[in-house]
Design a protein around this ligand. Structure first.
Ligand code: NDP
Length: 503
């Protein structure tokens, strides 16, 4: 059975009609519908909205949202009614020149306005907004919203965490098959916006902030992002879905971009969606709801996911962390592509087949360092591991017969001895992480090759300093690409396309 594409509705929150129309023109190729948020218009524009649908040239929703519902309309209900009435009146023969929909809140019932809407063919969206949480009495609210057969019920909720998102998603699956709009705001709601069709929602909303305009709702994505990264016009609600599991910081991660580009280039009917979560248990419930076939796993779930795996690859067992899941009929199969990603990018950087005969300093003993240590051991390096917490450096080093030490000037002589390659695997210098230079106490003499696993920023302080001293340097972008290509191989069972390595 073929799936259904989810139309993207751009929510326009400019201060003037011409500003709204110019935003629409920029985004036109990515959108199917328009919501005019007339509550954001300047007072002088508010009575000039009648011609908007004709100018927009796409099906339009008229919304005049009050402050209490998350909008910007502060005048009284009488003024709101006049605005709406003027907008839908003098209906034109060509229905495309009229508002196709009007959003009326569940407590706003004006018989004459509704009769006019029904007469002129403007469909009523009956809406209710929860801007802080998910209400307990969802069934009762829904019964109230969907009382009339010809209205389109719309419910917006804002789950504070992934457990509440799970509750809402599971409830949405109990709803009858009718035209409806379900919107999930906030960061944890991002996957539900991208995959709105899987909740049975007839559309999803997107918006673009511009000069003077504001983002219409927290967690809303731009039409361009929905189209280019999340393939809104290529995939449908039956396409294969892959998810990125991690903390809230994964919104904006490179992974969905890398994978979606590869899926497109390989002709796959698939997309990758971030699933920012605060609980691995709820995250996995949400994965099941969306019917995901595979997951990329990142901080903080790489270790927390282990008890849920029914199969662990050899690398997962050695490293003690999983960055890739394949969802099989018999359970969750866990893999780790980080060690391989490091090995390939490092050997390419060094132009070597292995690390034999090389003396390597590894900075850090966290999740990433564990993958690096395995790869260095497998391919024959001699290594010293330096870490702020010496006990974790010692535990990791002992596993592979490496040396260990503190990450400070006491290690200066050891670094000089193990300086063919220096691998930076702490989070120091990472965008949003602790700033600084983890090797500030060490002076490069130019012969060292320095590989920093961080790829954002492209050049950390330590890489800049090493480069200035004449060292060859590499950031973590190639490793990211290799580990992502490894994930594709596991999910699809075939060789990844070259696009993983395109800049
Ligand atoms: P973890 O949280 O597991 O480990 C963090 C490491 O950084 C630990 O060794 C920790 O030391 C050290 N550290 C953190 N803060 C400080 C500080 N203020 N001073 C000294 N040491 C500190 O993170 P990961 O191992 O998962 O990630 C580490 C880095 O590797 C990240 O920047 C990440 O972006 C990058 N990475 C890149 C990948 C790629 O494909 N290119 C893949 C995976 C990760 P301590 O033990 O003392 O806390």
């Amino acid at each position: 059975m073929n799936g259904r594409k989810t139309p993207v509705c751009i929510c326009l929150t400019g201060r003037t009609i011409s500003e709204d129309l110019s935003i629409l023109d920029e985004q036109r190729s990515y959108v199917d519908m328009v919501e005019l948020r007339a509550d954001f218009l300047d007072p002088s524009e508010k009575l000039n909205i009648r011609d908007f649908p004709e100018k927009a040239g796409l099906p339009c929703i008229l919304t005049v949202r009050r402050r209490c519902d998350g909008g910007n309309f502060t005048d009284g209900e009488g003024a709101r009614l006049v605005m709406m009435a003027k907008a839908i009146s003098f209906a034109k023969k060509d229905s495309k020149a009229n508002f196709a929909y009007i959003d009326l809140e569940d407590d706003f019932h004006v018989d004459t306005l509704e009769e006019a809407c029904r007469t002129f063919g403007t469909r009523i969206i009956r809406s209710c907004h929860y801007l802080d949480g998910v209400p307990e009495n969802l069934d009762e609210i829904w019964d109230n919203l969907s009382e009339e057969d010809d209205v389109i019920p719309k419910l917006t909720v804002t789950p504070p965490d992934s457990t509440e998102l799970a509750r809402f998603l599971q409830w949405s699956a109990t709803l009858p098959d009718r035209e409806k709009i379900l919107m999930v705001m906030g960061e944890v709601g991002v996957p539900a916006r991208i995959l709105a069709g899987r909740l049975g929602s007839m559309l999803t909303f997107a918006s673009v902030p511009s000069s003077g305009a504001t983002w219409a709702a927290p967690g809303q994505l731009s039409p361009q992002v929905l189209s280019t990264i999340y393939r809104s016009h290529e995939v449908d609600d039956k396409s294969d879905c892959y998810v990125l599991l991690g903390a809230k910081s994964i919104i904006g991660s490179m992974s969905p971009f890398l994978h979606s580009r590869a899926f497109r280039d390989a002709g796959k009917d698939a997309l990758m969606v971030p699933l920012p979560s605060d609980s691995i248990k709820a995250a996995l419930e949400n994965v099941r709801f969306f019917g995901a076939k595979g997951a990329a796993v990142t901080v903080p779930f790489k270790e927390e996911v282990l008890p849920f795996l029914t199969f662990q690859s050899v690398d997962v067992q050695h490293i003690g962390a999983c960055n890739t899941i394949v969802f099989r009929d018999d359970g969750l199969a866990g893999y780790n592509t980080d060690a391989d990603g490091f090995e390939r990018s490092a050997l390419e950087f060094l132009n070597r087949a292995d690390f034999r005969g090389m003396k390597v300093t590894l900075l850090g003993a966290g999740g990433a360092a564990k993958s690096v240590a395995l790869a260095l051991y497998r391919k024959g390096a001699e290594c010293i591991i330096l870490n702020r917490t010496i006990s974790t450096a010692r535990a990791l080093a002992r596993k592979y017969g490496f040396r260990w030490g503190p990450l400070d000037d006491r290690a200066m002589d050891l670094i000089a001895e193990y300086s063919d390659l220096i691998v930076q695997a702490t989070s120091i210098g990472m965008q949003g992480g602790p700033g600084g230079d983890p090797l500030s106490f060490y002076e490069f003499d130019g012969h060292e090759r320095v590989f920093d696993l961080i790829y954002n920023p492209g050049k950390t302080q330590v890489l800049k300093r090493a480069e200035a001293a004449g060292c060859q340097i590499l950031n973590g972008y190639r490793m990211l690409c290799y580990q992502a290509a490894g994930q594709y191989r596991l999910w699809m069972g075939e060789e990844p396309p070259d696009s993983y390595f395109a800049v």
